[in-house]
Design a protein around this ligand. Sequence first.
Ligand code: SF4
Length: 332
Amino acid sequence: MKPEAKYWEPLDKSTVRCRLCPRECVIADGNSGFCRIRSNQGGKLVATGYGELVTISNDPIEKKPLYHFYPGSYIISVACNGCNLGCLHCQNYSISQYSCPTKYVSPEELVEVAKRYASKGVCFTYTEPLIWYEYLLDVAKVAKPKGLPIVLVTNGQINRKPLEDLIPYVDAMNIDLKSIREEFYRDVCRGGSLRATMETIELAYESGVHVEVTNLIIPGYNDSLEELEELTDFVASVGLDIPLHFTRFYPHYELTSLPPTPVDTLIRAKFLAESKGMKFVYVGNVPDDRLNSTYCPSCGRLLIKRSGFFETFSYLEGSRCPSCGTEVYGRF
Ligand code: SF4
């Protein structure tokens, strides 16, 4: 028996509207919303994906990517089927746009697994965790009293009220800002709202959640200088210390005819963001230690050396540069 979903309203005796994310699906009895894991059962919205894990893995936290949240640690990472976007380039489309077999794991069991494997916390990732709202909230209520932080890797597509209610339970978020153009969300992500993701970044950061932002640069789609400049200006306006990851696109799903992002484009984006005062800018999906290591924004000293996801060495003293004492954004 799955629990009733939060944030919905009846429209008539048999139709409901889900109010969790900006898509606001109107769902007839017997049907599911766009995300496929919230269903109208007899005029009531039910969280049908509650606790249904499609995958579980103990990952390096750098893989999320989170570079300033307990670097070098491992974290139990779980996912559900489904998503509230339908990106043409989705790397995980076999579970986000289609469904694979799942196994039910209760919140208590998941936290027990995290403890058993000495995980740093519990991470909801691979597909969109916000559509799994009721489950991640229940996991957080069990995990946090045991000292396990909650981490979300998310597209930030959520309405204001559920986000405000969720934030006290979340410790860190990597938020995927797919583009700074509404039309990209409409045409490439098959819906969603740029404004919602921007508000999630702003509210999470202002509320003290540890925030990192990822932008996957796709050749010909979101790689113009003007767009990268606007995107960087927005992130910089929220916080110059937010770690910003420009990530390399590789052909996936319905965008297989494109080439991978030229490394020069990614490096140009990094220099652009740094010229705007961004302190920690990284280039993901490119095996170059210099583009993925952390340097002191004041004196330039190497602070955290990264070689791939599995080798991380920190020179930080607490959260400070050992040479000049500058405090570095994050939790260490
Ligand atoms: S959470 Fe799912 S059902 Fe609800 S509005 Fe978003 S896509 Fe639709």
